[in-house]
Design a binder for this molecule. Structure first.
Ligand code: FPP
Length: 265
């Protein structure tokens, strides 16, 4: 009985969501889409705990959301999607949870690769990839190589990523270039620094989405998010669906980006 009621509410929720998604789809200006969307996939643990499930189930459900959002971005024509999948701070979690996250990553890369490739998606890993377990590194290098020539959506997976660490590494490399007389300190500009980051050659995110009600940047894309529009939602990542992505895009398109200048008439 309880099961059939739950089923009824799920069908009803799905119907409402798809009607709303259709409405929002019509409200979007396809000539002014964000070029780069970044997402902090947060709330997997709370989603599981609220259901009396182990945290791992929350991460597994989070992979489903990732699948849906990648598909949605790809079909909308978004050029770059960067997702925060594992931070430099996430190593502090119990080894069991870290292993589960790595296994889910490998599983995702194995299972999704053909569909991603068919949809012209390019996979790129950003972060200290050389410090990840061998199985994760190998799966990432294999999928990056396999999708290297794709020209649709670029899916940046931020793994063992930390914004401060990214800047430190860039400063070290710039320092070495200066010490080796390959770079003049007076010629170091914002563009030069950006060229030493993991995201070199990729435009800064226009829209940064954080679900789960947290209002922090959490060491994500610190340099690149200088002028990103932020969009927060109380929805936990495993419940995040295409409809929420569309809400964020519609809201983004209502804003006026001034980049420190004045409002244009
Ligand atoms: C934050 O939720 C989420 C993470 C640390 C991992 C995100 C990973 C996935 C969505 C799945 C695996 C990724 C790939 C690329 C296949 P949290 O655990 O901190 O949630 P909480 O704040 O509610 O505890």
């Amino acid at each position: 009985m309880v099961r059939s009621w739950l089923g009824f509410w799920k069908v009803r929720r799905d119907k409402n969501e798809s009607e709303r998604a259709e409405e929002l789809g019509k409200a979007i200006d396809y000539d002014r889409l964000p070029i780069h969307i970044a997402i902090i996939m947060d709330g997997n643990g709370r989603w599981a705990t609220r259901r009396g499930l182990p945290r791992a189930m929350g991460h597994r459900a989070g992979v489903e959301s990732l699948r849906e959002i990648v598909k949605a971005c790809s079909s909308l024509g978004i050029k770059y999607l960067t997702v925060y999948a594992f931070s430099t701070e996430n190593w502090k979690r119990p080894a069991e949870e870290v292993n589960i996250l790595m296994d889910l990553l490998v599983e995702y890369l194995e299972k999704e690769i053909h569909e991603l490739h068919e949809n012209n998606v390019r996979i790129k890993a950003i972060g200290r990839i050389d410090e990840l377990p061998k199985k994760a590194r190998e799966a990432l290098y294999r999928d990056e190589e396999y999708t290297r020539k794709n020209s649709g959506l670029t899916l940046n997976l931020a793994l063992n990523y930390g914004g401060r660490n990214e800047i430190v590494e860039a400063v070290k490399r710039i320092g070495r270039e200066i010490a080796g007389d390959k770079l003049n300190p007076d010629e170091v500009t914002e563009e030069v620094i950006a060229g030493y980051l993991y995201t070199a050659g990729i435009p800064d995110p226009d829209l940064l989405i954080r679900p789960s009600g947290e209002l922090r940047i959490s060491n994500f894309l610190l340099w690149q998010a200088a002028y990103s529009e932020f969009w927060y939602s109380p929805v936990l990542w495993p419940d995040f669906r295409k409809v929420h992505l569309l809400e964020a895009i519609v809201d983004y398109q209502r804003r006026q980006r001034r980049f420190g200048g004045l409002k244009t008439k």
